[in-house]
Ligand binder design. Structure first.
Ligand SMILES: *Cc1c(COP(=O)(O)O)cnc(C)c1O
Length: 373
């Protein structure tokens, strides 16, 4: 049997260990140090954003953004429904109410028309939404300019969840820099990894300074431990940040490899009843994951394909199950169109690692072609 082919595996470039060794040599084994500062600088420079704080996870970054925006009990926060649960969980940590917004079918991300409908209706009810969490799924730029315009018109801040979208851009501007806050994740399966970690970015220096303060237990300036606010232990360790600095050196190469995986699948499988998410003009996707949709001509299900490929030690996964269909979020309001539900039912994400070899890719398409015969 061949070695297991993962959906999205960590991929080290080689320099990571040097930054880690440096941390050991200087005994910076702590949630602060030169790698933390260096990784923040790298993220700022790469994304052309003025401020970044690196944290223990992308989820922590979203949570801190909500806290900095003053989100509290019973507030309404509008969020993309077609996403990973980590987008929505922090809203509930704050005891606020998520209102879930379905996708459009061009980029699979939040539909600005449904968003505007929700904003208007909630304003009418006297519950003006306090924030919008907008996700760029699978690294594909969503309609963030339209959403930015609505957010400005109605004066609602945006938290831009670019957890899957580092390296992607719209009209040359990095995703994560359109919102009032941007969020990145460096979990093990993301385009680059620090084993686990995240970042919060913003043009607002006060917010990012405050995020560092809250992420280190909100210690007041005093020789003893004094606290006037509730704090969190959300800072990234200097070891993890060392991995991040090494990964930043290969980020653009890894994006190119993921994009090449996508092109390969598209060329090999494009005429067999499978369709792919197109990259709109002016958009640059990092193609974090390549997902295929089955059209009606295929009489078998995506779950059958998943199990078939599993038999060859090839890992695939359904698209995200929308949050409005999740048992834990069912009780919350949602503005739906059926788009994300259909994507969930007809889609499958293929192995997309930047480390996939040519032979592995050949094997995957060979097996998919056999299945479709
Ligand atoms: C991975 C992910 C997150 C959370 O990031 P973690 O670092 O795993 O906490 C948030 N949103 C989306 C869309 C993600 O894919």
């Amino acid at each position: 049997m061949n070695e297991r082919i993962f959906l999205s595996a960590p991929h080290m470039g080689g320099q990571e260990i040097k930054f880690i060794n440096q941390a050991f040599d200087e005994n910076w084994i702590a949630p602060l140090g030169p790698n933390v500062n260096g990784f923040e600088k790298d993220l700022q420079d790469y994304n052309k954003v003025s401020n970044a704080s690196v944290l223990s996870s992308g989820t922590a970054a979203i949570h801190l953004a909500l806290i900095l925006l003053g989100i509290k009990r019973d507030d309404v926060v509008l969020a993309s429904s077609f996403t990973f649960s980590a987008t929505v969980n922090p809203i509930v940590y704050q005891q606020a109410n998520p209102v879930l917004i379905d996708s459009e079918d061009e980029t699979w991300n939040m539909d600005p028309n449904l968003l505007e409908k929700a904003i208007k209706e909630y304003i009418q009810k006297g519950k003006k939404p306090k924030a919008i969490i907008f996700v760029h799924l699978y690294g594909m730029p969503g309609k963030i300019e339209e959403v930015r315009a609505l957010a400005d018109q109605y004066e609602i801040p945006i938290i831009e969840d670019a957890a899957e979208a580092l390296g992607a851009s719209l009209k040359g501007k990095a995703l994560g820099t359109f919102g009032d806050f941007g969020v990145f994740s460096f979990n093990g399966n993301k385009i680059i990894t620090t084993s686990g970690g995240g970042a919060l970015v913003s043009e607002n220096k006060e917010w990012i300074d405050k995020s560092r303060f809250l992420a280190t237990q909100a210690r007041d300036a005093a020789p003893h431990y004094q606290h006037s606010e509730i704090g969190y232990n959300y800072r990234m360790s200097n070891i993890a940040a060392g991995i991040g600095r090494g990964q930043m050196l290969v980020l653009d190469q890894w994006v190119e490899k993921r994009r090449a995986n996508h092109e390969f699948y598209r060329n090999e499988l494009g005429n067999l009843g499978l369709s792919f998410l197109n990259e709109p003009e002016n958009s640059f996707s990092n193609r974090w994951l390549t997902c295929v949709l089955f059209d009606e001509s295929i009489k078998r299900t995506t779950e059958e394909l998943r199990q078939y490929l599993e038999g060859f030690n090839i890992e695939t996964r359904p698209l995200w199950k929308p949050m409005h269909l999740q048992p834990v979020f069912k009780k919350y309001d949602a503005y739906t169109s059926g788009v994300s539900e259909k994507l969930f039912k007809t889609g499958l994400c293929l192995p997309s690692s930047s480390s996939l070899s040519k032979d592995q890719k050949q094997l995957i398409v060979e097996k998919i072609k056999q299945f479709l015969k």
